[in-house]
Design a protein around this ligand. Structure first.
Ligand SMILES: Cc1cc2nc3c(=O)[nH]c(=O)nc-3n(C[C@H](O)[C@H](O)[C@H](O)COP(=O)(O)OP(=O)(O)OC[C@H]3O[C@@H](n4cnc5c(N)ncnc54)[C@H](O)[C@@H]3O)c2cc1C
Length: 258
């Protein structure tokens, strides 16, 4: 099989940055033919010591217009994929499936005024891609990015989030974004304390955002921990907010990471 017939391309890692012992970011070259919509994921492949290849889904952090691909990864102790991935360094090869996948994209919603982006851990990745793309800023009046982590040191991409307002193409829209961090296992002066579900139940999240979660105005994307997603979906269902399907447009879109 020639390289052009393979289902994947071989990219080169440009940079690998540890954030904590169990979180790191990686940037790789991008094949010019690799197209994706903000919010989608790629399938990444790494070669194990025995020569076999292992593949996993990874949301793009980078925007569709960036020349590089950026990813944000957990290190699962003993994890088949992340044990290998976390050993890689700049200059090493990363395999990337030629096709991008996933439906955590803005076209899932036909209308709405406020966009809520609710994430746990590395689940913030697709939202960073969406926020670096232009469409979301035009479509919504308010964008509320919620980022839940256990410890404050796990809050990644703070400079990127703060820097969105300084980007020339977003300058006139930046006031639309509200960033709410929540830390579950310690108190932090610039974050709420508690799980997303708890903060919805006790009203704290809406108070912090200054806007209510309603079926009429809110569109909600959920990404990361499947338990958070299930529990949040139940809470939203009680407010008449349903999963958005092509045959029945709704208010909620989700991506479970495991
Ligand atoms: C659509 C999609 C997009 C994804 N995007 C990302 C991403 O951008 N960044 C990322 O780090 N992972 C992402 N994942 C998870 C990723 O595919 C792998 O599960 C992860 O790399 C661990 O692989 P592993 O082989 O080391 O462990 P696995 O055997 O795959 O997982 C072992 C266990 O680790 C836990 N786990 C897996 N992934 C995570 C995670 N991200 N955060 C916390 N606990 C986890 C779960 O309990 C899981 O059962 C995504 C998954 C899906 C389905």
């Amino acid at each position: 099989m020639t390289a052009s017939e393979e289902k994947f391309t071989r990219q080169t890692l440009l940079d690998v940055q540890p954030l904590t012992p169990s979180l790191f970011t990686l940037r790789a070259t991008r094949d010019p033919g690799f197209r994706f919509r903000a919010g989608q994921f790629a399938r990444l492949g790494v070669t194990k010591a025995d020569g076999s290849t292992v593949w996993r889904a990874y949301s793009m952090v980078s925007a569709p217009h960036d020349e590089f691909l950026e990813f944000f990864s957990i290190v699962v102790p003993g994890g088949e994929f992340t044990s290998e991935l976390s050993r890689l360094e700049a200059g090493d090869t990363l395999m990337v499936d030629r096709q991008a996948f996933g439906y955590l994209t803005l076209d899932r919603f036909v209308d709405g005024r406020d966009l809520w982006l609710l994430s746990t851990g590395t689940g913030i990745a697709p939202f960073l891609s969406i926020l670096q793309d232009f469409e979301v800023w035009e479509r919504y009046e308010r964008i509320i990015l919620v980022y839940s982590v256990r410890e404050a040191r796990e809050l990644a991409y703070q400079a990127l989030i703060e820097g969105l307002a300084g980007r020339e193409y977003l300058a006139e829209y930046a006031h639309k974004l509200q960033f709410i961090a929540t830390v579950t296992r310690e108190h932090h002066p610039r974050a709420l304390n508690g799980r997303i579900t708890h903060l919805i139940e006790n009203g704290e999240l809406e108070r912090a955002a200054g806007v209510e979660l309603t079926a009429e105005h809110s569109r909600v994307m959920l990404c990361g921990n499947p338990q958070m997603i299930d529990d949040t979906r139940q809470l939203l269902k009680a407010r008449d907010m349903q999963l958005s399907l092509s045959r029945r447009p709704g208010q909620v879109a989700v991506e479970n990471y495991w």
